[in-house]
Design a protein around this ligand. Structure first.
Ligand code: AHR
Length: 631
């Protein structure tokens, strides 16, 4: 028997409570969320033709119109009527196109003789028919000077392994740079936009906060490849590419051509945060490269007295996000099309670092940021451990440094999630707030998105919710994974080039985020919080009220393998006779959604009858084994 005191609204549940964490891992940006379909569009990868096949008379040059991306190709007469000059782009595991959709091909081009022509095609390399191309258009290059050209291609088939073929039409030489192909229908219809289905999936969570761009890629494999936000703004043609720390991983999945185009850069991240209604939370490098390769080795880090450019990056970013259009960086934002500030409130400095190497570097950042922007909240980190000595040292240092929030990460197994239902009860209420910024249940020996793991996450989240006075932000991780390009699993959302499926964990996150309420309500079983402890039948529960309309929301998770009867006294709520429910249930604990069965497991709406008493309305219900029900 559970008791909710519906009249005792407690701690505020922050708007940021349930958020998302985006990192370019598993081909989440290029090849994923970012709408660009051409790989190595500027020929800037270390091997210039990675992603391309050339034929005929193709030359690479490096004195193009964009100083930071100087390479381009020259297509010249193949010198034979039966030969062709041109190139084919393979995309990211192919190019995904959908029947009836239009694609916007753009290119910077010049024809030294003043005119030239190319043909641009979408091809199906696997076709058994005579024609590989299924969309084809001619493009006339009309000048000896560099100009941007655009044509559209309409796909008459859905194909997630298509390719882009370009060949010289006629004899006149044509030079091509920044060869790009986007769906016309990106999310919000933006030219440099996001893949619609993936971005919509983010919006549909109703996230409160959006953390970007990582993760380990913030630090880079080494300092040279750390994420540098200033390289990611301005015209996309002139953004230099960067290596990706996730080219290789501990799992030995190796993708030699995994680079960051930076087409999805900080302007786009801020804009996306706005589009999906989430507070932006950028994370910047603290002068340290990735902790997992360079653990506690000073030579991989910037000396403390040389941190100024790194600190300036933070201060300039705040100006980029919030400065008015007369400021240096605010003007750049306006020039990119967003004169209004992005209203940045929180910034992360460092990701998952620990020990004094981190603490002594973070200190001058905090000092400089707080001196200039006292209202900006700073997120520090407790390192990768969710408990133990290093974790305690990390928290102690964050308190001393007066970080506003501490980012904790935990990728743990089922047992850990089940035993941690009271984790936040004992946290210091006077110290920094918690950002549970990366977590996921990694099933023992399984490590993928099976149903059971998601239910344990749901159970653990009751603890976060109940402790909303100290837990201010949370996010599952990682967010995205391409089925052919993943390095890390489980992940929240999976996709190939044309299809998507949402994991059960996604629905757990969504159920919480869409039913966040405004204030915590006390909820007990025999006078104790319901956190799966002995005598509580594997049940976890929490409840909130939405003060805007008085709605009481109760979340109950049955982590046991047997059905559980539950009685919930909604004390103080009189007269209610029915309650809407949303339920996540299953056919087997290893069940999961897939590309072929994307909606095998989804939350189901229902209702239950209540007994309306004079002092309380009472829910009497039965919860299926391993299920999550929200009233
Ligand atoms: O989410 C994957 C990685 O896990 C992140 O990049 C890092 O912060 C953590 O180690």
């Amino acid at each position: 028997v559970m008791d909710v005191n519906t009249k005792k609204a407690g701690a505020t549940v922050q708007n940021t409570m349930y958020g998302l964490f985006f990192e370019d891992i598993n081909y989440a940006a290029d090849g994923g969320l970012y709408g660009e379909l051409v790989k190595n569009r500027s020929f800037e990868f270390p091997q210039s033709f990675m992603g391309w096949q050339t034929f005929g008379n193709v030359e690479l040059k490096a004195d193009g119109p964009f100083e930071r991306c100087p390479h381009y190709v020259v297509l010249s007469d193949p010198q034979h009527v039966e030969r062709r000059t041109g190139l084919v782009n393979e995309g990211y595991f192919g190019i995904g196109v959908e029947k009836g959709e239009e694609y916007r091909f753009t290119v910077w081009a010049k024809a030294p003789k003043g005119s030239g022509r190319i043909t641009v095609q979408l091809i199906n390399p696997a076709t058994m028919g005579e024609h590989q191309d299924f969309a084809s258009v001619r493009l006339d290059v009309k000048s000896a000077e560099w100009q941007k050209y655009e044509v559209r291609l309409k796909a008459n088939q859905t194909n997630n392994k298509a390719q882009l073929r370009i060949f010289l039409d006629g004899r006149n030489t044509v030079c091509l740079e920044h060869v790009s192909l986007f769906p016309v229908n990106t999310f919000k219809g933006r030219d440099n936009g996001m893949r619609r289905d993936l971005a919509q999936a983010l919006a549909d969570v109703h996230p409160g906060v959006f953390r970007f761009p990582g993760g380990c890629i913030v630090e880079g494999t080494d300092l040279a490849t750390r994420y540098q936000w200033k390289n990611t703004i301005g015209p996309v043609e002139n953004r230099p590419i960067n290596g990706n720390r996730w080219q290789h991983t501990f799992t030995h999945r190796f993708f030699p051509d995994y680079y960051q185009s930076y087409g999805l850069g900080f302007f786009e991240y801020f804009q996306l945060s706005e589009d999906i209604g989430a507070e932006p939370l950028p994370v910047l490098n603290v002068g340290m490269s990735c902790q997992f390769q360079n653990r506690n080795n000073a030579k991989w880090h910037v000396p403390v007295n040389e941190l100024k450019p790194y600190i300036d990056d933070c201060l300039d970013l705040i100006e980029f996000a919030n400065g008015d259009t007369t400021t240096t960086w605010g003007r750049k934002r306006a020039e990119m099309g967003h004169p209004a500030p992005f209203n940045l409130k929180i910034i992360g400095v460092g990701n998952e670092q620990w020990d004094t190497l981190y603490f002594e570097r973070l200190a001058p950042f905090v000092k400089a940021i707080k001196a200039k922007h006292p209202d900006i909240m700073i997120v520090g980190t407790s390192g990768p451990d969710s408990e133990g000595k290093m974790f305690e040292i990390g928290w102690k240092a964050m308190k001393e440094l007066k970080a506003d929030l501490v980012d904790e990460h935990f990728y743990r197994n089922e047992e850990w999630f089940l035993k941690s239902g009271l984790r936040y009860d004992n946290y210091d209420r006077k110290g920094p707030k918690v950002f549970a910024g990366e977590y996921a249940c990694h099933g023992k020996g399984k490590k993928w998105n099976h149903y059971e793991a998601s239910i344990y996450e749901a159970a653990f989240m009751t603890d976060m919710e109940r402790n909303a006075d100290v837990v201010w932000m949370t996010a599952y991780a990682p967010l995205f994974a391409h089925v052919e390009g993943w390095q890390w699993r489980p992940d929240l959302i999976w996709y190939d080039n044309t299809r998507i499926f949402k994991s059960v964990s996604y629905y757990v996150q969504q159920m919480y985020a869409m039913n966040r309420g405004t204030n915590v309500l006390p909820m007990t079983m025999d006078g104790k919080f319901i956190a799966g402890r002995e005598g509580q039948d594997g049940l976890f529960a929490s409840s909130v009220v939405d003060k805007n309309d008085g709605t009481v929301i109760v979340k109950v998770i049955n982590t046991s393998k047997t059905e559980q009867p539950v009685t919930i006294n909604l004390n103080g709520l009189t007269g209610a006779t029915t309650a809407a429910t949303i339920t996540l249930s299953h056919n087997g604990p290893d069940d999961e959604n897939t590309l072929d069965q994307p909606e095998k497991i989804t939350p189901k709406n229902g209702t239950v009858s209540l007994t309306a008493g004079k002092k309380a309305s009472v829910i009497q219900d039965k919860l299926a084994p391993l299920s999550f029900r929200l009233y």
